[in-house]
Design a binder for this molecule. Structure first.
Ligand code: PLP
Length: 401
């Protein structure tokens, strides 16, 4: 068998993906100033970034100096590389410093850094529940939560998106003696909708379940200093497992779990995605600390992000587009058909707007969409120009309601 023939089955599957307009590919992208990018050499307005507050800066003398000052402050050497897992010899003092300070910021007893949000979610889910337990998960929760549930081997009960009545129906039917975990995104990554956190707390108390909230898209943005949505709603003490990332509004990389000390100690001992992986480089942690202090000091970033997002969403709606249930900086323009969504995104890119088409299986069948995300750095005139283009293309493809 030639080396080519060996992969015939893969080629066949890739062809099928292409036929369904579901084939993915990588595009070289360079980040420019003020929410612009160079994508495959073409300059575009970036309406597809998770760097909501514009903190993922280009390395320059000033931020490099800030990192060196950080090194002097922490009096340990700031290394660019890692040496081992945290549990072996990779536990640079900077980790515990961040974890302790971050826990008091979030209002929890302790916190633990994971290498990424994906690793945190699979690590926690597969640790706190097991074969005999049951997880109640919003149907639109992030893929990392879904993968974590699969790894845990717990029974997976999916409730309809933000539907607390459906969740209660499922909770009522569950064996009261089984360990139960309710899990939800705080802001849903493909819809921009907000979880009904207060009602979820009521249900978790009523049915004796644990509650885990993923604050990937609300951390750094909501709350007076960016503590997140759970904190803003005064629910910190009611949420058993708080998860969030440093990869979105924080403009860095990495993630955290915040909660009671015993939970953190348990995860440190049991979560395989914490134990069996190399620690993030200390310089990454220093960058998180720097961006985190800017989040607290530069409140104009959050304010500008939320104002621009509201305005952009209203403009889309007033032009007759379906923005679903978005209440945040993530604004979907729901098209429905996969092919039309791809066409929409391709036309936008041709005209200099990067907004990525999101198709099944990332979103449910028949709800393919363009996912717009706003940044606090976007200039009003750039957003206005983008709206004119979106309007023209939407009209041409007959996408409006
Ligand atoms: C809700 C949610 N949780 C978890 C993740 C994973 O985070 P990370 O990109 O840091 O792995 C993401 C982002 O992709 C997300 O949107």
């Amino acid at each position: 068998m030639s080396s080519h023939q060996k992969w015939n089955w893969m080629q066949e599957e890739l062809k099928q993906l292409e036929q369904k307009s579901q084939l993915r590919s990588l595009h070289e992208t360079t980040i420019l100033e003020n929410g612009w990018i160079l994508r495959d050499g073409k300059k575009m307005l970036n309406l597809a970034s998770n760097d909501y507050l514009g903190l993922s800066e280009r390395l320059n003398r000033s931020n490099l100096t800030a990192l060196i000052e950080e090194e002097e402050r922490i009096s340990s050497s700031l290394r660019f590389g890692s040496t081992a897992s945290r549990l072996i010899v990779g536990n640079d003092p900077i980790y515990r410093e961040l974890e302790t300070e971050f826990a008091s910021f979030k209002g929890t007893e302790d916190s633990l850094v994971f290498s990424s949000g994906y690793m945190a979610n699979i690590g926690v889910m597969s640790t706190v529940v097991g074969r005999k337990d049951v997880v109640f998960s919003d149907r639109l929760n992030h893929a990392s939560i879904v993968d974590g549930i699969i790894l845990s081997r717990a029974e997976h009960k999916r409730f309809r998106h933000r539907d607390v009545e459906h969740l209660e129906h499922l909770l009522k039917k569950a064996d009261p003696n089984r360990k139960k975990l309710i899990v939800t995104d705080s802001i849903f990554s493909m819809d921009g909708s907000v979880a009904p956190l207060k009602q979820l707390v009521e249900l978790k108390n009523k049915y004796g379940a644990m509650l885990m909230v993923d604050e990937a898209h609300s951390g750094g943005i909501y709350g007076e200093k960016g503590q997140g949505l759970v904190h803003a709603l005064g629910l910190t003490d009611e949420v058993d497992i708080l998860m969030g990332t440093f990869s979105k509004a924080y403009g860095c990389y990495g993630a955290y779990i915040a909660g009671d000390s015993v939970l953190i100690q348990y995860l440190m001992n049991k979560a395989r995605s914490f134990i069996f992986t190399t620690a993030l480089p200390p310089v990454n942690i220093a960058a998180i600390q720097r961006n985190w202090s800017r989040i607290q000091a530069e409140g104009w970033r959050q304010k500008s992000l939320l104002e621009k997002s509201d305005w952009f969403k209203q403009q889309l709606q007033s032009r007759g587009f379906n923005t679903g249930e978005s209440e945040s900086q993530i604004i979907p323009l729901i098209v429905g058909d996969n092919k039309k969504t791809m066409e929409f995104s391709a036309l936008l890119q041709e005209k200099g707007v990067a907004a990525v088409a999101v198709r099944p299986p990332t979103v449910p069948e028949g709800t393919a969409r363009i996912r717009f995300t706003i940044m606090s750095l976007h200039q009003d005139y750039d957003l206005e120009r983008a709206l004119v283009l979106i309007d023209e293309i939407g009209e041409c493809l007959k996408v409006k309601k």
